[in-house]
Write a protein that binds this ligand. Structure first.
Ligand SMILES: [Zn+2]
Length: 343
């Protein structure tokens, strides 16, 4: 007769060890960068201009994720300004808030000294979290959605230093004319069973968001692109990997800053439509990929590609490089604090 206990499935020791090794191996891979930057060395300009900006030129400095500083020598404007970059551990397991000394060190290192406006593309923490503090520390005006303004109010920013932007209505800042365009967030994804999709019943931050708060308390609140004109030069800053069909039909540009996060994780037809609705529609001479770096690491060390946990930098770049080669569009990557003259 069979002993009853022998019928219970006891995990075999070898199987348990292999299973544990597999889990360790997978998590080890997940926390590794999703690409090797040295493969793209020739796409980095490896030059940082420190000379005064010649009249009529526009200098840009990349400050990670979708934080882009534009400077014509008289006026600076900035998108997002996410500089604190709390660690993955902190972001996942505790409340987060801006780090004033980190923010100030970035302001100093990037020579943000005549900043007049900050434009926030959406109100997830990796875009909006530090914008109110950057505004406070530089006296710049914060432009954003109602959700962004609630982040500003929660951080104690004076209402007079904030303005809700209206898509389609140009805003003049020095010689820069900024038109905000309705856009769409990168398709939602799941991580450890959690989704970053917006709850349709709560699409906006409805009241002042007083930090510290959980990362998930930063609700998208709409996603926007920025079409920027300066004299005859035109720039589009598109932070998210998505599009509103036809929204960029009239936005021919010289330089396109293009969010490429998770591009290759989307179905092929999406990738093709995204490329068509962005690069092929705006016809830039120069494309600068953005939102490719691991924002759980500080800006004080060289940027690394997003983690394998949620992205595939290598495949994103392969796709972009192949398509732009066919279309004869120049591509440049920028390291953190790297600066180039666009025109
Ligand atoms: Zn987002």
């Amino acid at each position: 007769m069979l002993n009853k206990t022998s019928l219970l499935k006891k995990p075999k020791p070898l199987f348990s060890i292999l299973y544990c090794l597999l889990i360790l191996f997978c998590s080890h891979c997940a926390f590794r960068p999703s690409g090797t930057l040295s493969h793209y060395d020739s796409y980095f300009p490896h030059e940082s201009n420190t000379n005064p900006i010649p009249k009529g030129k526009i200098r840009t400095t990349f400050l990670g994720t979708t934080s882009i500083l534009l400077d014509d020598g008289e006026t600076q404007i900035l998108t997002d300004g996410f500089f604190s970059r709390p660690s993955l551990w902190k972001t996942a397991f505790s409340k987060i808030e801006s780090n004033p000394s980190t923010v100030q060190s970035v302001i100093d290192k990037a020579k943000i000294e005549r900043l007049k406006a900050i434009f926030v593309c959406h109100s997830h923490y990796d875009h909006v979290m530090d914008a109110p503090l950057v505004a406070k520390q530089t006296q710049a005006k914060l432009f954003g959605s109602s959700s962004t303004l609630n982040v500003g109010l929660g951080a104690g920013l004076n209402q007079k230093q904030m303005e809700k932007f209206q898509p389609g209505k140009p805003i003049q800042i020095g010689k820069f004319t900024i038109t905000v365009l309705e856009s769409k967030h990168t398709p939602p994804f799941r991580i450890f069973g959690k989704t970053n999709a917006t709850d349709p019943n709560h699409p906006n931050i409805e009241s002042p968001l007083i930090p510290p708060v959980k990362a998930t308390d930063y609700i998208e609140g709409g996603t926007f692109d920025f079409f920027i004109q300066h004299g005859k030069n035109k720039i589009l800053i598109k932070s998210s990997t998505n599009f509103v069909e036809g929204a960029l039909d009239k936005a021919k540009v010289d330089v396109l800053f293009l969010g490429i996060a998770q591009l290759s994780l989307q179905p092929i037809p999406f990738q093709e439509k995204f490329y068509e609705q962005t690069v092929q529609t705006t016809k830039p001479k120069l494309l600068i990929p953005i939102h490719w770096d691991n924002f759980f690491k500080p800006l004080s060390v060289p940027l690394e590609p997003n983690l394998q946990l949620g992205d595939d930098f290598e495949s994103n770049m392969k796709y972009i490089l192949k398509r732009t080669q066919d279309d004869k569009v120049e591509v440049q990557l920028l390291q953190g604090f790297e600066t180039i003259d666009l025109f």
